[in-house]
Write a protein that binds this ligand. Structure first.
Ligand SMILES: [Zn+2]
Length: 79
């Protein structure tokens, strides 16, 4: 059974906070997310809840995702 959890996530590009309903499975794995605030959209194709303003282009979003993922991976490797 999926469980919806209300979380606040910042836009991947500009950091604007959005209220997001995030679904996890029983093991706590991310399934899907739905942006509840106006002007924001879910970033698809990633294995974690990510949001971006609808006004950003796909290219902007992709670049930001790559940048943030790189930082996240580095931090995890160094920890
Ligand atoms: Zn934004």
């Amino acid at each position: 059974m999926a469980q919806g959890k209300s979380e606040v996530h910042g836009c991947i590009v500009c950091g604007k906070p959005y209220q997001v309903l995030v679904a996890y499975d029983a093991q706590g794995n991310y399934i899907a997310s739905k942006v509840m605030s106006a002007g924001g959209g879910e970033v698809k194709g990633v294995s974690r809840p990510l949001v971006a303003c609808e006004r950003h282009t796909n290219e902007e979003i992709e670049r930001a995702v790559n940048r943030v993922y790189g930082e996240t991976l580095n931090e995890e490797e160094e920890a």
